[in-house]
Write a protein that binds this ligand. Structure first.
Ligand code: BGC
Ligand code: NOJ
Length: 811
């Protein structure tokens, strides 16, 4: 069942009912100021950091599920309604929500009054704009009372949600004209405030929540709206909100617009006040002056659209498969930007309070983002590297605002170091900018310990070399990519964190996954060294990679697939000898991507095993058989009921690893089949089963052991976005940035006849036409640059002019 449709020309998903199976959301904001907005206008805003600088409140796990947002109440006679249906839930005569690139448009019609709400964050200012248009489509004059509503968060979202003995006494506001200023804690150490304004004269306002709603009322039946009159309340403590009351008279066919702006401002300490405890409002006034007229808003929205036109022109494909085109050209890349910005911090499943930027997560996000804005990727790499410890290991997370490591979530996840090489390699491949390796980055944010980025990569590499176990495989530490494989944790205390409990440094438990990762990105490091002329070091590293490959092919091989790990007793995990969890997806993917077993048949065998033992109609499960009971020696993985999350769920993130691995052995049809199974665009028709947004990947789909097989969870913030984009754009469609140029090496379903890719790369535009007359899955037979036959398949920078025509014939 579908709940809307794709409008590809507008790059929008159009939701046609407010009652989607879960809130279907969008992200507003590209750089510092962000808003989450659901199809019913729920959600919240923050500046840079969803935990530390939250502007508006949101209650996760609420009843009903998604309440709290930017709400506009319309009182038309006795009928009270919202353009997005929530929170009053008055049935609408017409409803739609268009989620686009960084903006959303929600339209509702009731009793011949149409309301259109356009929400976006402009490129150059720290604010969310809500442009509201009311149109009287009836034949009579309408007298309307319009009320706006946001609820302020007292900045630190965690404290705001827990520390009521303090919070109920600290809230402060100022109201000047049509602007409501929220200034809690501004009197003391905060130099920032927020505001919520409208470009119209107001009939009244409320800033005290209980005055607006009535004490035992809620957002669905606020007293002020029911009475048609604001209370002009000024919040002192309790819960500050922002609500404007506007009176609107509309003749038939007449339209009315109002521009609401929710913004964030900072003041220098010495300029905080204009009178005792009175905010210096200059920065807010300056910002507001830019959004007073409809045309100003329109210009800002057009700038945002033009920005996305440009970003999405870097890679686009034209195939005969409409769903593939829309996924690659629009939504997958859009999600890559969102994951780059948010890492795993704020979605409808990540509260924004728990996890900041992951070392591994943010490094992986770069793989799918780097082509969009390489300069921002560069900055991010240097930020990540600066949190690394001197021995090459890493804080698992860092806080986006402070950019410093956060030990609450621990360290000692032994795959982390290698991901820094992955992200840096992707950046250099995209840009050819080796100078990034000379950038001086702190260790552990301590400037006295700074060293060039290259030294950071070296420490990453050596960390693995220096932390091996009894089988010469890498020690796993607290866990590897699979945060729930906690082989040194042995937790028996309820509620204890599996990620931070127990000795992190077991000297025995090993990971075959990290071994594969080391081979893959060890080779990347070696290529970088060779480009720098550091051949001696490169040769030494090649020896290490060789040793690791051998270790995988011996201790890491189970006969039909790659073993997953060895536990703290040196017993295998993910082996046919295990009672449960005999085979895991991760080492099959990563070892093969690293090239292990490709020549000797192991790869083919392992992929066959994946197909027969792990595959389902909704994607490939993480492991099988699922763990049916808690295994203290394995940790969190066995804490999940069978079929969910890391315990035999279909973890979307590592499905593309298998698709990628399939391309390594030339199986284009199978690679594409794997790609399609977890792709939300291809699941649009089964929305009632899949439930999450058809335009965004989710982290996990319930596996076949789960009662809700096929149900998606945790949409948006997942490494799936970057990995699927890498897989489809580089490994399947075959346009891959290499250190020396752009390499063309498709691996496609054999029935594909032809397709085109436009790729902007290092300042040039390549129009690439692929033909497959012999219906093969892989293999470049002829390679033409501007009509001229060349050998190989690498486009180097000196070939052609600004626009280059590439024709590739497979065979
Ligand atoms: C989840 C993992 C996550 C980890 C760390 C676990 O509960 O299952 O997916 O990576 O927590 O936050
Ligand atoms: C989500 C985490 O963000 C990611 O780092 C991890 O690899 C996966 N879960 C798997 O556990």
């Amino acid at each position: 069942m579908k709940y809307g449709y794709f409008d590809d020309n507008a790059r929008e998903y159009v939701i046609t009912t407010p009652e989607t199976p879960l809130p279907w959301i969008n992200y507003l904001g590209c750089k510092d100021f962000f808003g989450l907005i659901s199809n019913t206008a729920g959600g919240y805003d923050f500046y840079k950091d969803a935990k530390l600088l939250r502007l508006t409140r949101y209650r996760y796990n609420n009843v009903p599920y998604d309440t709290g947002g930017r709400y506009y109440y319309i009182k038309d006679g006795d009928c009270i309604w919202n353009p997005g249906w929530q929170p009053v839930q008055t049935a609408l005569d017409n409803y739609s929500c268009r989620h686009g690139m960084g903006y959303s448009v929600i339209e509702g019609t009731k009793n011949s009054l149409k309301a259109k709400l356009t929400a976006f964050v402009p490129l150059s200012d720290s604010c969310e704009i809500n442009h509201l248009t009311l149109t009287n489509e009836s034949e009579a004059v309408k007298e309307i009372d319009l009320f706006s509503f946001v609820e302020f968060c007292l900045w630190n979202a965690e404290d705001d949600a827990t520390n009521f003995q303090r919070n109920y006494s600290t809230g402060e506001v100022e109201v000047v004209g049509s602007t409501i200023y929220h200034k809690t804690e501004y009197r003391e150490r905060r130099n920032h405030f927020s505001f919520y304004s409208v470009n119209r004269e107001i009939a009244g306002f409320d800033t005290d929540r209980a005055s607006f709603t009535g004490f035992y009322h809620g957002l669905h039946n606020p007293d002020a709206v029911i009475k048609g009159e604001s209370k002009n309340s000024v919040a002192h403590g309790w819960s500050p909100v922002g609500s404007h009351h506007l009176k609107v008279t509309l003749a038939p066919d007449e339209s009315y617009t109002a521009i609401f702006v929710l913004g964030y401002c900072e003041n220098p300490v010495e300029e905080k006040f204009v009178a005792p405890n009175v905010i210096n409002k200059k920065p807010a006034e300056k910002l507001l002056a830019k959004y007073q007229k409809d045309e100003q808003v329109e210009t800002a929205l057009n700038e945002l659209k033009a920005y996305w036109d440009k970003l999405l022109s870097v890679y686009s494909v034209k195939t005969h498969n409409e769903k593939l085109n829309r996924s690659v050209n629009i939504w997958n890349q859009y999600q890559c930007m969102v994951t780059f910005n948010m890492s795993r911090s704020a979605s409808y499943f990540e509260s924004g309070m728990g996890r900041g930027m992951g070392f591994r997560d943010s490094s992986q996000d770069l793989l799918g983002f780097v082509h969009l804005i390489p300069e921002r990727a560069r900055e991010r790499i240097l930020d990540i590297a600066s949190t690394q410890f001197e021995d090459g290991s890493a804080y698992h997370q860092y806080q986006p605002l402070t950019k410093t490591g956060n030990l609450n979530v621990g360290s000692g996840f032994n795959d982390d170091p290698m991901w820094l090489i992955a992200g840096t390699g992707a950046y250099i491949r995209e840009t050819g900018d080796f100078s990034i390796l000379d950038e001086i980055c702190d260790f552990d944010n301590d400037h006295t310990k700074a060293a060039p980025l290259l030294e950071h990569l070296r420490r990453s590499f050596n960390y693995i070399v220096n932390h091996k176990g009894p089988h010469a495989l890498p020690l796993i530490g607290r866990a590897d990519w699979n945060d729930c494989l906690n082989l040194n944790c042995f937790s028996e205390t309820p509620g204890e964190s599996f990620q931070t409990t127990g000795p992190s440094e077991g000297p025995v438990a090993e990971s075959v996954f990290i071994a594969g990762l080391f081979v893959k990105y060890g080779k990347e490091y070696i290529s970088i060294l060779r480009h720098l002329g550091l051949n001696e070091e490169a040769d030494k590293c090649a020896g290490e990679v060789e040793l690791m490959t051998k270790a995988i092919e011996t201790a890491g091989w189970d006969g039909e697939w790659f073993v997953r790990a060895y536990d703290a007793y040196s017993n295998p995990v993910g082996s046919h000898v295990c009672e449960e969890g005999q085979i895991f997806i991760e080492p099959q993917g990563m070892c093969i991507i690293g090239g292990v077993g490709v020549e000797n048949g192991m790869a083919e065998k392992a992929l066959k095993s994946v197909e027969t033992r792990l595959d389902t109609k909704y994607g490939i499960m993480l492991n099988q058989p699922a763990y049916s009971r808690y295994h203290v020696e394995l940790g969190e993985i066995s804490s999940y009921p069978p079929g969910y999350k890391e315990n035999a769920g279909i973890f979307c993130h590592n499905n593309p690893w298998i698709a990628c691995a399939e391309t390594m052995v030339g199986h284009g049809s199978r690679a594409f089949e794997v790609y399609k199974k977890t792709n939300p665009v291809f699941l649009e028709e089964i929305g009632e089963i899949h439930r999450t947004e058809p335009y965004a990947y989710c982290q996990m789909v319930a596996g076949k052991d789960a009662p809700s097989f096929g149900e998606g969870k945790n949409s948006w913030l997942t490494g799936t976005a970057a990995w699927t984009f890498t897989t489809i754009s580089q490994f399947i469609l075959g346009v891959t940035p290499d250190f020396d140029g752009l390499r063309i090496n498709p691996c496609i379903p054999k029935e594909v006849e032809s397709y085109d890719v436009v790729r902007k790369f290092r300042g040039k535009t390549y129009n690439i036409h692929i033909e497959n007359p012999a219906h093969v899955e892989k293999g470049v037979k002829e390679f033409y640059v501007d009509g001229e036959l060349h050998s190989g398949n690498l486009i180097t920078p000196e070939m052609g002019g600004q626009e280059v025509d590439i024709r590739v014939i497979l065979g």
